[in-house]
Write a protein that binds this ligand. Structure first.
Ligand SMILES: NC(=O)C1=CN([C@@H]2O[C@H](COP(=O)(O)OP(=O)(O)OC[C@H]3O[C@@H](n4cnc5c(N)ncnc54)[C@H](O)[C@@H]3O)[C@@H](O)[C@H]2O)C=CC1
Ligand SMILES: O=C(O)CCC(=O)C(=O)O
Length: 390
């Protein structure tokens, strides 16, 4: 029996994938967690915890490196909510252009007055805004969301420049030929009438929109941030919106600072809040956890390598999380050799500082063997998967 704990509301269609071998939010300590945006940096992780499934893209709410040190695999659901975010970004581009928010707020003030239709016609001139066709959109980050935004904006007649120094082959395949490839972020910022940011929050991207980058943009630029608030230096943005350098800042991540700033359109983190993406994310995260808990297979992890191990065809499967350093595989194999155990199948995968080894063996494994594997320097977790057997 595995215990799954949910830290946010997870769509029922994802939870329904956990059959009678699973208990959701039961009494026992959790084997796995399903989470959306709940902050986990202070979460006390029990020893039983094997995996965290982030039903969404951003993992800055999870202490990913600490999890790796404990042999806890963190998964996310790449692309599962990208269409929802794309649609809201397109809405954000229009909101930042046409003063729709200001116009709606003004229209509400006419409630109870006479001649509303006449006042509408005489007052609407205050809310004029430019069309987006023919304007330049800069897209920073061409991953699952950035590519969809770039393609949609191009099909609406915008001239789109994209920048992503780490673009994946899949993302590049998905990009419309109408989207121009920019060699540097500076070049995009200098050209753009609208800038939209679709990168993860990491040390290298924190405050990437700052005084200097804002200074290099066109006067009156419109900026959209549907990624994370800390990508933008709020003080610099406050100055830029007050001076008119930035005509609108649309953010899906309002905070104490930005909520009070002028020319900010604040959306309460609704990017992924559609039934479709909530279902997609919940199903993908649940499948990832099940495949890992039942078979030891890893897909879409952000701290361990992908490893498709398939069902175990021997009597036992043992998995090891360990540092990616020389001589690990031979040390692991020596423990099995010492106990005269034949390794029937083995996979070893690595990703940056961490590696993962899966071994299928015929003989029974006992506490002594597990203890010896755990004692190898650099091994952080040894797991015996019980369901094996021909
Ligand atoms: N508003 C919302 O509800 C949502 C927000 N997000 C946010 O959007 C971010 C992006 O999501 P996805 O597109 O699904 O992720 P993704 O991982 O598919 O794409 C991120 C892209 O950013 C690129 N990148 C990284 N550093 C960069 C840099 N310095 N300059 C330019 N590009 C850089 C990567 O190469 C990658 O292609 C997430 O990390 C999350 O923070 C994601 C989903 C929903
Ligand atoms: O689950 C949500 O609504 C948040 C989505 C999000 O921000 C993400 O996937 O990174």
């Amino acid at each position: 029996m595995f215990t799954i704990k949910t830290l946010n509301k997870i769509d029922e269609r994802g939870l329904a994938l956990f059959d009678r071998r699973y208990e959701i939010n039961g009494e026992g300590e959790e084997d796995a967690i399903l989470v959306r945006s709940a902050k986990m940096h202070d979460y006390v992780m029990p020893k039983s915890l094997l995996a965290i499934g982030r039903a969404g893209a951003g993992v800055n709410n999870i202490p990913v490196d600490q999890c790796a040190e404990k042999g806890v695999v963190v998964f996310n659901t790449p692309g599962a909510n990208a269409n929802a975010v794309k649609e809201l970004v397109i809405a954000g581009i229009l909101l930042s252009s046409r003063n729709i928010v200001g116009g709606i707020q003004w229209a509400q003030t006419l409630k109870g007055q006479e001649d509303v239709a006449k006042q509408v016609e005489s007052g609407k001139g205050a809310f004029t805004g430019p069309e987006i066709e023919g304007k330049v959109l800069g897209v920073i980050g061409l991953g699952a969301i950035g590519v969809l935004v770039a393609n949609a904006a191009a099909s609406l007649g915008m001239e789109v420049y994209g920048y992503d120094p780490f673009i994946s082959v899949d993302a590049a395949w998905g990009l419309s030929r109408a989207v121009h490839k920019a060699p540097s972020m500076e070049e995009v910022l200098a050209k753009a009438d609208y800038v939209t940011v679709h990168v993860p929050l990491m040390e290298g991207t924190r405050k990437m929109i700052n005084k200097e980058s804002l200074g290099s943009m066109k006067d009156g630029v419109r900026i959209l941030n549907f990624s994370r608030d800390a990508l933008v230096d709020d003080e610099a943005m406050e100055e830029a919106t007050a001076s008119g350098k930035v005509s609108y800042y649309v953010t899906d991540f309002p905070n104490e600072k930005t909520i009070g700033m002028q020319n900010v359109i604040a959306i309460p983190h609704l990017g992924a809040s559609t039934p479709e993406s909530e279902v997609n994310c919940a199903i993908m995260a649940a499948q990832e956890l099940k495949n890992y808990l039942e078979h030891g297979s890893i897909k879409n992890s952000v701290n361990y390598p992908d490893c498709e191990a398939g069902p175990c065809c021997s009597n036992h499967r043992v998995t090891l999380h360990h540092r990616n350093v020389p001589n690990m595989v031979s040390q692991i194999a020596s423990v099995f050799a010492k106990h005269n155990i034949n390794i029937e199948d083995m996979i070893n995968k690595s990703r940056k500082d961490w590696a993962y080894t899966v071994l299928d063996v015929e003989n029974d494994l006992n506490e002594e063997i597990v203890g010896e594997l755990e004692a190898i320097e650099g091994v952080v977790r040894v797991r015996l998967i019980e369901e094996c057997g021909r």
